[in-house]
Ligand binder design. Structure first.
Ligand SMILES: Nc1ncnc2c1ncn2[C@@H]1O[C@H](COP(=O)(O)OP(=O)(O)OP(=O)(O)O)[C@@H](O)[C@H]1O
Length: 354
């Protein structure tokens, strides 16, 4: 179990992470969602001791990262796929990591096979596509057979088959009882993978809830109607206790209505319809609405559906951390050198400016 308490990071004037407190449960996939610049990578770097918090703390099974004796066997992380020497082959990159962390050499072949890179194991990573780089980064994260895995946007650059593979891998790792923490800026992707959700915007916690609760609160249905007789339609619906909301394209939407009932009603009263279609609100829209006030780089495109009342608060409004779904005590690791310093050295500073 990982616990963040009031974690804060300031870069000059920029408050990148703002008093974040939440718990990452064991044995499930926890999605870490937020728009670009929300503070996901900064939070993950602080969790791995690659960045020093301005305030607050991270505890991994009750310990600070620096107190873990064999971090690579405790936490595997993919933060940046290209953090690999380009002249080194995939095999040698993993071999170097294994040998410097007292991991048996056979693990190199095992993880190469697990991520589907056996055929290109002896090729230099500099020639790898982004997707192959992601797979190599995932192989490195798996190398120490860690009980906690952290992935920063792992499906970036992957083709559909690769995306499916990552999804299944994360679920399988969680089913083995591991803690899986994965960041994304795509709600649609997380809806297919995560059991639990942490949503942040501008460094602040916006939601901490189970995926099922998020779906229950946001996947409301509605019926879309289009008619050349809008006044008659609206009067008829109102007379039967239904409220229609005009859409931007001239259609109307009736929330939580029975399409068959509307069809029967308009037929009985001779109102012409050009469209009657049952719809379900997209989770991506709900996520965009929740984070709308905290998006750093606006495109001006916003969904039109209001968030239904629920426990999520208003867009951009921070919430208190929720309860963990599950927690399991972990046994303490034994010994060996850390690999955190290598990540620190190989990672270039973030490109974004405040
Ligand atoms: N080294 C740094 N120096 C100054 N500002 C930084 C630094 N690293 C991150 N930031 C700023 O902190 C904020 C959070 O950035 P971060 O990369 O953590 O967000 P993110 O949610 O991971 O975004 P993305 O999805 O785009 O990767 C951004 O405004 C970013 O510009």
């Amino acid at each position: 179990m990982i616990e963040l308490h009031e974690l804060t990071k300031r870069y000059g004037d920029k408050l990148a992470v703002d008093r974040l407190s939440f718990t990452i449960p064991t044995g499930v996939v926890t999605g870490f969602l937020g728009p670009n610049g929300a503070g996901k990578s900064t939070t993950m770097r602080m969790m791995l001791d690659l960045d020093r918090p301005t305030a607050g703390s991270v505890r991994i099974d009750g310990k600070q990262y620096g107190q873990l004796r064999e971090p690579i066997k405790y936490i595997g992380a993919l933060l940046e796929a290209k953090a690999v020497h380009p002249g080194r082959t995939a095999y040698n990159h993993l071999l170097w990591l294994a040998q410097s962390n007292r991991i048996p050499t056979r693990r190199v072949d095992e993880v190469l096979s697990q991520v589907g890179l056996t055929a290109v194991a002896k090729k230099r990573s500099g020639g790898f596509s982004l997707g192959m780089g992601q797979r190599l980064g995932i192989a490195a994260a798996l190398l120490g057979d860690p009980k906690i895995l952290m992935f920063d946007e792992p499906v970036n650059g992957l083709d559909p088959e690769g995306i499916l593979w990552v999804r299944n891998l994360m679920k399988a790792l969680a089913a083995e009882g591991r803690t899986v923490f994965v960041s994304s800026h795509l709600m649609s992707e997380m809806a297919l993978t995560a059991d639990h959700l942490i949503v942040i915007g501008q460094g602040r916690l916006l939601a901490d809830l189970s995926m099922n609760d998020f779906i229950d609160q946001n996947s409301h249905s509605f019926v879309r109607l289009r008619t050349p007789q809008p006044e008659q339609l609206l009067d008829l619906l109102a007379a039967n206790g239904m409220t229609a909301t005009p859409d931007s394209d001239g259609a109307f939407e009736v929330v939580d209505a029975d399409p068959a009932r509307i069809g029967d009603l308009v037929a009985a009263h001779g109102v012409t319809l050009h469209e009657l279609s049952p719809q379900r609100a997209s989770l991506e829209e709900a996520f965009m609405r929740m984070t709308a006030d905290s998006v750093e780089y606006h495109t001006g495109v916003y969904p039109t559906h209001p968030l239904p009342p629920g426990e999520l608060g208003q867009p951009g409004e921070p919430v208190e951390s929720g309860q963990p779904v599950d927690s399991a005590p972990a046994s303490a690791p034994t010994s060996a050198p850390a690999w955190g310093a290598d990540w620190r050295n190989s990672k270039s500073p973030k490109k974004k400016e405040s």
